[in-house]
Ligand binder design. Structure first.
Ligand SMILES: C[S@@+](CC[C@H](N)C(=O)[O-])C[C@H]1O[C@@H](n2cnc3c(N)ncnc32)[C@H](O)[C@@H]1O
Length: 274
C-alpha cells in the first residue's frame, strides 16, 4: 500500500529529529523506494507497515535504519580537487612547521560517507609528506551511517569508485587488488579511524583537530542546527586550524566564530576566538 500524507509527515519529522536531515516535499518520493528494503529486511509487508512499527516506539534500531537509509552518501576520492591542493600546498606545510615541537597532527573528516575523503587525506600525507612518517598522525572519519562506517573500515572500493578522482599512479601505490575491487593498503587503513557519530548529538569525545573537513553535509541542516554544529566544531579545533566546507556551502548569515580565507583556488575557514 502506498504511503499516505500522514505517514510521509511522520517519516520526515522522525528523520529530521534523529539526524537533522530535512527531506523536502520534492524528495518525499524517495521515502518509498529507499525504505522498502528496510521494511523487507525487518520482515514487514511494506513501508506503511514499517511506519506503523516505528510509531509504536520512539527509540529502536529500526529508527536508526530508517534514518540511515535516507542519507545521501555521494562522495569520491579527491572530490572537488582544490581543497586537497590547498591541503598539500599550503595547509600541511604550514602545520608541519607550526606543530614541529608536538610532532602530532589530527585531521577529522566529519560526515565521511564511505571513506574516500579520509583516505584521500591519508594518501596525500603519505605520498607528499615523508617527513611526517615518524609523527603521530591521526585521521578520524565519522558518519551517521553504520554501513558507511563499516565501508570505511573495510577500505574496499569498486573499479568505478577508484576511477572517480584517483590518478592511476596513486591507485597503484596506495591500493591492493582484491578480486574485482581494490583495497586501501593496510598502512593507510591504519592511519584512519572510522567511527559512527551523529553531528546533531553531543560529541564530548571528539579530540582537538588541526584540520576539519565538513563537506557536503551542512546543506542537509537548517540554520539553527548548522550554527550549533559549527560552534561545536570550533570547540573541537586547535587554534590556527583549518576548516573546509563543500563547494556550495558558506557561512554567510551564520553566527559562528570562523573567518573566511582564500587559499590557492579555494576558500577555507579558520577559527577565531569568541
Ligand atoms: C554527501 S555525503 C558527503 C561525503 C563527503 N564529506 C564528501 O564531501 O564527499 C554526506 C554524508 O553526511 C552524512 N550525514 C548526514 N547527516 C548526518 C549527521 N546528522 N551526522 C553525521 N553524518 C551525517 C551522511 O550519512 C552522508 O554519508
Amino acid at each position: 500500500m502506498a504511503l499516505v500524507t500522514t505517514d510521509i509527515d511522520f517519516l520526515r519529522s522522525t528523520i529530521a529529529q534523529r539526524s537533522g536531515n530535512v527531506i523536502s516535499a520534492d524528495h518525499s518520493y524517495l521515502l518509498e523506494s529507499r525504505l522498502a528494503p528496510v521494511a523487507q529486511s525487518a520482515g514487514l509487508a511494506d513501508v506503511r507497515a514499517l511506519v506503523a512499527e516505528l510509531r509504536t516506539d520512539a527509540q529502536t534500531l529500526l529508527h536508526d535504519k530508517v534514518t540511515e537509509a535516507m542519507t545521501i552518501n555521494e562522495t569520491s576520492f579527491f572530490r572537488d580537487i582544490q581543497p586537497f591542493d590547498a591541503l598539500k600546498d599550503h595547509v600541511l606545510p604550514d602545520l608541519v612547521e607550526k606543530r614541529a615541537s608536538m610532532r602530532s597532527l589530527s585531521i577529522w573528516s566529519g560526515a565521511s560517507s564511505s571513506g574516500q575523503e579520509a583516505y584521500s587525506i591519508a594518501i596525500a600525507i603519505r605520498t607528499y609528506f615523508p617527513q611526517l612518517n615518524d609523527w603521530s598522525v591521526r585521521i578520524l572519519g565519522t558518519d551517521l551511517s553504520q554501513e558507511m562506517v563499516q565501508r570505511t573500515v573495510d577500505g574496499v572500493y569498486s573499479q568505478f569508485e577508484v576511477n572517480r578522482g584517483l590518478p592511476a599512479s596513486l591507485l597503484v601505490r596506495s591500493f591492493d587488488r582484491k578480486g574485482l575491487n581494490w583495497q586501501v593498503k593496510p598502512e593507510l587503513r591504519g592511519l584512519v579511524e572510522a567511527r559512527k557519530m551523529n553531528l546533531t548529538e553531543n560529541w564530548s569525545t571528539v579530540a582537538q583537530h588541526d584540520v576539519v573537513f565538513l563537506r557536503n553535509v551542512l546543506i542537509y541542516f537548517d540554520v539553527k542546527i548548522k550554527e550549533r554544529i559549527l560552534k561545536r566544531v570550533h570547540q573541537s579545533m586547535r587554534p590556527g586550524g583549518y576548516l573546509f566546507l563543500g563547494g556550495g556551502e558558506t557561512l554567510i548569515q551564520l553566527n559562528v566564530p570562523f573567518e573566511r580565507v582564500t587559499i590557492g583556488k579555494t576558500v577555507c575557514f579558520r577559527p577565531v576566538s569568541k
